[in-house]
Design a protein around this ligand. Structure first.
Ligand SMILES: [Zn+2]
Length: 204
């Protein structure tokens, strides 16, 4: 009787109750995972660009009130100017940076750093989401030049390095879109102007 009971008892303990326990535990884990990933998304860790977009609207950045360096536009305490070249770098290509309006207010702004390293006349920043031939005559002219490239990855994009090696003419202007992936995608596909220049990508 005793061994029989023992033999029957473990399945009772393991299969049925633990099955119920397991499903309970799983749903508990799922809840926890759900909660954890929500926290991760909220914190921006591994968040996709769509949820990251919303982050910049959160009122958590008192940076605007801190004194800023006039050259690199970073708060003076974390000014990066000592690490930047003393004199602007000589480049033959013009950079035309199309900046999503949300990028302008970010703490980690890279465009002012880039602009601080380049001659003023070689780096132009234009802020906005929509551009047209009528309103943006200068940009439109730049986009229509055969020596203008736009840096945007995709199946049709040529490796920039290969393009420069193969091309007899050095690009006069490279257009760069500054924003998250979803912001850049929106700007690239919703503005027909940006489909005019040859599309290039960086291959690492
Ligand atoms: Zn600085």
């Amino acid at each position: 009787m005793e061994p029989q009971k023992e033999a029957r008892t473990p399945p009772d303990l393991i299969v049925r109750p633990s099955g119920a326990l397991r499903s309970q535990t799983l749903s508990e884990e799922e809840r926890q995972e759900g909660g954890a990933s929500l926290v991760a998304s909220t914190l921006g860790a591994e968040a996709d660009s769509a949820s990251a977009d919303g982050l910049w609207e959160l009122p958590v950045e008192p940076a605007e009130r801190r004194p800023e360096c006039s050259r690199c536009s970073r708060p003076q305490k974390v000014c990066l100017c000592p690490f930047l070249p003393v004199h602007p770098l000589h480049i033959s290509t013009h950079l035309y940076i199309i900046q999503h309006p949300a990028e302008e207010n970010k703490v980690l702004r890279t465009v002012p750093l880039l602009a601080a390293c380049l001659p003023q006349d070689k780096c132009k920043v234009k802020i906005g989401r929509r551009f047209s031939e009528e309103r943006d005559v200068e940009l439109s002219t730049v986009c229509r030049k055969s020596s203008t490239l736009i840096l945007y990855p995709g199946a049709e994009a040529t490796d920039l390095e290969e393009f420069i090696l193969d091309s007899p003419v050095y690009p006069s202007t490279i257009i760069i879109i500054d924003g998250t992936w979803s912001q850049a995608k929106d700007i690239f596909y919703k503005n027909s102007l940006f489909r005019l220049p040859k599309q290039v990508k960086l291959v690492f």
